[in-house]
Design a protein around this ligand. Structure first.
Ligand code: ADP
Length: 373
């Protein structure tokens, strides 16, 4: 009898401990579950768990956003996605367990769904927005196709002349004439490779740092560019230069030279009948402004937004015939982006074009570079 109360006391204490454990344990479990859910919600890719009937048992924020679901949505994934490819995916009929579908809420968004079988009839589906990745892959494929095509054309010409040169009966004059003709396509290929290298360097380099930036005397640079450009121009081109010699900017000299030269070269190239070409470097309300104006063939409004795309030409044959590579304005765009600036164009067909950009005015003290002599 003496043990009885102790026994019931022990049972009471154990019960209390168990009850406390239950309360604290489930609270801890609840906290851990909430933490887990918050962690999964922070993941930018979507994930969901499907029950054996294919109904969505749980999902994170990204999955709801990508697939247009609401919290507590108990539809099956097949109902949510509305794409037959998802039926096959869930049925295990897709070899690598991955399908790509259009988002059910936005046709232009491409989603990649990956199905992973788990224990107990459940499965996990990972959802990833692959729209940007797809666009980049397409751009890369287009770029390679364009480069190959651009190189193939002059190479075909070179191979043709080389075959003609192999003729045993060829006389010296003909041989010289054919060898001479090899220059143009070889120069074309060199120009293309040079522009490609410039563009790749601009695209892959980090933004210019203090060690790359110098005070650039643009007026002096314009002089040398125009001297160089006169060699490309015909006698019918007249150059008008208006520069403020005291106006300097901070920048990467080789890059700014390349951008300005491309604009002047285009003014010559696309005003085949000659006429005035104005090159201006002057202060404006928005900052130091570089401008090239020609009275050439001009550009129709619908092409203006595409001019800086790699290999875009208004008239492919015309550009090629004039030695264009289709990369000049893409180079200008990248140089200006690296100088926190943008290319602006105003043009009218048959009247001519004005290309300009404004460089942020930076005081010489900011660059740490010595002002030009
Ligand atoms: P390209 O090497 O063909 O000149 P760019 O990238 O420099 O390549 O220019 C892209 C296209 O923009 C050119 O093919 C041409 O159609 C058009 N363009 C550029 N500059 C001018 C201009 N000053 N006048 C008329 N068209 C121009």
């Amino acid at each position: 009898m003496a043990n009885a109360p102790r026994h019931s006391e022990r049972a009471g204490v154990r019960g209390l401990v168990e009850r406390l454990d239950g309360v604290f344990g489930s609270r801890r479990l609840g906290r851990e579950l909430a933490l887990l859910q918050r962690t999964f919600d922070a993941v930018p890719d979507g994930w969901m768990v499907l029950g054996d009937s294919g109904a969505v048992a749980t999902e994170n924020d990204a999955a709801r956003r990508l697939l247009g679901m609401v919290r507590g949505d108990h539809r099956t994934l097949v109902e949510v996605a509305r794409d037959p490819a998802v039926d096959s995916l869930i049925a295990g009929e897709v070899e690598d367990g991955i399908v790509e579908i259009a988002s059910p809420i936005d046709e232009s968004t491409r989603l990649e769904l990956r199905h992973i079988r788990a224990d107990g009839g459940q499965s996990i589906v990972l959802v990833r927005d692959v729209t940007t990745l797809n666009r980049l892959l397409t751009m890369r494929q287009d770029f390679i196709a364009n480069v190959s095509h651009e190189l193939r054309t002059p190479l075909t010409v070179i191979v043709g002349y080389l075959e003609a040169l192999e003729d045993d009966d060829i006389d010296l004059d003909t041989m010289r004439r054919l060898l001479n003709r090899l220059h143009a396509p070889a120069e074309r290929m060199k120009a293309l490779v040079d522009d490609l290298l410039t563009l790749t360097r601009l695209e892959s380099s980090p933004m210019p740092g203090p060690d790359d930036v110098e005070v650039v005397n643009v007026a002096a640079m314009v002089d040398s560019i125009v001297a160089e450009a006169r060699q490309l121009a015909g006698p019918e081109h007249e150059f008008h230069i208006a520069v403020d010699s005291d106006l300097c900017v901070a920048g990467v000299p080789t890059e700014l030279h390349s951008a300005c030269f491309n604009l002047v070269a285009n003014a010559i190239r696309y005003s085949p009948d000659g006429g005035p070409i104005h090159v201006r470097w002057q202060a404006s309300d928005s900052g130091p402004r570089f401008e090239v104006e020609d009275a050439g063939q001009g550009i129709a409004a619908e092409h203006l937004s595409r001019l800086t795309e790699r290999f875009f030409r208004v008239d492919l044959a015309d550009s090629r015939a004039r030695g264009g590579t289709g990369l000049g304005l893409a180079i200008v765009k990248h140089v200006l982006r690296r100088h926190n600036s943008e290319l602006r164009v105003a043009s009218e067909v048959g009247e001519g074009s004005v290309f300009h950009f404004v460089l942020p005015a930076i005081s010489t003290s900011e660059t740490g570079a010595a002002p030009p002599a």
